[in-house]
Write a protein that binds this ligand. Structure first.
Ligand SMILES: Cc1cc2nc3c(=O)[nH]c(=O)nc-3n(C[C@H](O)[C@H](O)[C@H](O)COP(=O)(O)O)c2cc1C
Length: 169
């Protein structure tokens, strides 16, 4: 089975989870990049002084469900059997970049699974939004707390997610 893991990441947390998943599933990895890239919006969970305006802009875009202009990705998701899509949570929502990616590829996406990282993953509506955009149920989902990502908890969470995915055949 040919698997693609693809995500957007502003400060590297979601990217790290994506890389773990890709490694655990022997999958190819790709990133979604915005044409106009944003500065790092949070460092260690705190707002950056220099980034308050950019932070507010990101929150508003997420709240209002705005898409953003994204670059063409390296890999065509339509050529895979399973695409695992990841996003950070912004204002409880998916990021504009991933919204654009899902809109761009919704017609050719094969089976999907979703992951996200968030300061508090218990309070978000990301997976419902992603499901609605692609028009299909994900085989599995996982939300990882950002402070767990660089700890030993993360590989265990990923393993459980990958096992659930493998069990779906
Ligand atoms: C603009 C913005 C809004 C955010 N909103 C939320 C939120 O509503 N809930 C939450 O749990 N975390 C929120 N976060 C925290 C991020 O989801 C978290 O830090 C994530 O792991 C960042 O991923 P990244 O390093 O891949 O960009 C927000 C972060 C940013 C920059």
């Amino acid at each position: 089975m040919k698997i693609l893991v693809v995500c957007y990441s502003n400060t590297g947390t979601t990217m790290l989870v994506g890389e773990y998943i890709a490694q655990a599933m022997d999958a190819e990895f790709d990133v979604v990049e915005e044409v106009k890239s944003r500065p790092p919006l949070l460092v260690d969970g705190k707002k950056l002084e220099a980034g308050i305006g950019a932070f507010a802009k990101a929150v508003l875009a997420a709240v209002f469900g705005t898409s953003s202009a994204i670059a063409r990705t390296l890999r065509d998701p339509g050529l895979y059997d399973l695409v695992v899509v990841g996003t950070p949570v912004w204002a409880g929502s998916l990021t504009p970049a991933v919204r654009s990616y899902l809109r761009r590829h919704r017609k050719t996406l094969p089976r999907v699974a979703f992951f996200c990282t968030a300061g508090d993953p218990s309070r978000m509506r990301v997976f419902g939004q992603m499901r609605k955009l692609v028009g299909k149920e994900p085989l599995a989902t996982i939300a990882v707390k950002s402070t767990d990502v660089r700890t030993e908890a993360c590989p265990r969470l990923i393993e459980a997610f990958v096992s659930r995915l493998k069990a779906t055949g």
